[in-house]
Design a binder for this molecule. Structure first.
Ligand SMILES: C[S@@+](CC[C@H](N)C(=O)[O-])C[C@H]1O[C@@H](n2cnc3c(N)ncnc32)[C@H](O)[C@@H]1O
Ligand SMILES: [Zn+2]
Length: 394
């Protein structure tokens, strides 16, 4: 391992999925952004999800190519080639000299020398070149913080009927707690809600879909999750004005009453009223967000039935998907039971009991994958309030 011994920092070997990786030895205190080259074991589940999503989306359509322009030490691209079974070749890049050195070592170590072309490059340059030369079936954008500056070139570099996977970790901006950043970085007008993780997924999806639409591309989410420190959205990409319009038409606003929690979709801002029609309280509008489905049921079912599903490597991701598949995918908000209970002046009931009762009443309902104390349902807020009182014996 001559190449490793020439590195000016200590390394260690880790196993993740089918990959064996040489990564920087770290002290727990060091932020991942300060590492000589990036490897975050906590993001394993994000990579597991990418393997499962691409396996389900592309299986049966021949072998494709991957582009990962922010690849760090190569964990993701290596695992995609070794585990998803749908890719023959990849292009991977990173701006960091040390990341690229380790990536080269790792690609060789995993027997992928002939299948991965590695570049030290700015991500936008790499993607722009691919856009004009050779688009990839799958593009994975996995930056520190916000992906926004890589989205346009990411879409340009994605082949038709291809897939793009996008991560964001700037959840404060995307979820409504840093309203100024949401506005300047994304053009979003957000407010704090109890379903802020839902807002983060849908805000990112809307920004991505509108970026694609401007390029005459229709991008729609086939799978999206909010988990721990990240949001991840996978969007299918197709060409054409009609497709671009169809996606753009699913971008709209939410109206949210802070008093009674009544929430609804508003397609156009011209219909905006500040007074809640149910309780007379003050409404807040937020958006633009994606108001359509957050996942394609057929893709998720394919993941749940796939050969990979039983492999212990993917256990954490599969648990998440088993929650997600219960969710009514087109309801763009959820209710946190603590908030509803506060309004009902009761202590919060068990989430499961609320879901069961809502279903008995004929509503669609589930616990959310991002918060086990939150309920996603098409029942109105006042019904939920009544039900929480009823369950508390009030
Ligand atoms: C979150 S890490 C990537 C982790 C990797 N995708 C994985 O799953 O292990 C982000 C990487 O982007 C790289 N980076 C930051 N800005 C970049 C740019 N403008 N162009 C290319 N790479 C960049 C950093 O060096 C870092 O390795
Ligand atoms: Zn109200």
């Amino acid at each position: 391992m001559g190449a490793v011994s020439s590195l000016p920092f200590a390394t260690k070997i880790v196993k993740e999925g089918c990959a064996e990786l040489v990564v920087p030895e770290t002290s727990e205190q060091l932020a991942t952004t300060r590492l000589p080259a990036f490897y975050n074991p906590l993001s394993k589940v994000s990579r597991d999800i990418a393997v499962l999503a691409t396996n389900a989306y592309f299986s049966g359509s021949g072998s494709g190519t991957v582009a990962e322009p922010l690849a760090g030490t190569g964990a993701r691209v290596i695992r995609l080639l070794l585990e998803s079974g749908v890719f023959s070749e990849a292009v991977a890049g990173d701006i960091s000299e040390w990341a690229v050195k380790l990536m080269k070592i790792n690609v060789e170590r995993n027997g992928l020398g002939g299948r991965v072309s590695i570049e030290r490059s700015d991500a936008n340059l790499l993607l722009s070149r691919l856009a004009t030369e050779d688009r990839a079936s799958y593009v994975d954008i996995d930056p520190f913080g916000s992906p926004v500056k890589f989205l346009e070139n990411g879409f340009r570099a994605t082949g038709r009927r291809g897939l793009i996977g996008v991560s964001a970790t700037d959840l404060a901006a995307l979820s409504g707690s840093s309203r100024r950043t949401a506005l300047w970085r994304y053009g979003l007008t957000l407010v704090k809600t109890s379903f802020f993780k839902e807002v983060a997924i849908r805000a990112l999806t809307a920004v991505a879909a509108m970026t694609a639409a401007r390029l005459g591309l229709g991008a729609e989410p086939i799978l999206s999750v909010a988990y721990r420190h990240f949001v991840r959205v996978f969007l299918s990409v197709d060409k054409g004005r009609r497709k671009a319009y169809e996606a753009a038409a699913k971008v709209g606003y939410l109206v949210y009453c802070r008093e009674c929690l009544n929430t609804f979709v508003m397609k156009s801002i011209s219909n905006w009223t500040e007074k809640c029609s149910l309780c007379g309280g003050s409404n807040a509008a937020l958006g633009p967000i994606w108001t359509g489905k957050l996942y394609e049921r057929s893709v998720l079912e394919k993941i749940l039935a796939s050969k990979l599903a039983g492999d212990p490597t993917y256990e954490e991701a599969m648990k998440l998907f088993m929650m997600l598949v219960q969710e009514p995918e087109d309801v763009p908000w959820s209710f946190q039971l603590a908030e509803v209970s506060r309004r009902a002046r009761t202590s919060p009931p068990k989430s499961r009991a609320v879901v069961d009762r809502l279903r008995e009443l004929g509503y669609r309902a589930s616990i959310t994958h991002y918060d086990r104390a939150a309920i996603k349902t098409d029942a109105p807020a006042n019904i939920l309030l009544q039900l929480v009182r009823e369950l508390a014996g009030k």
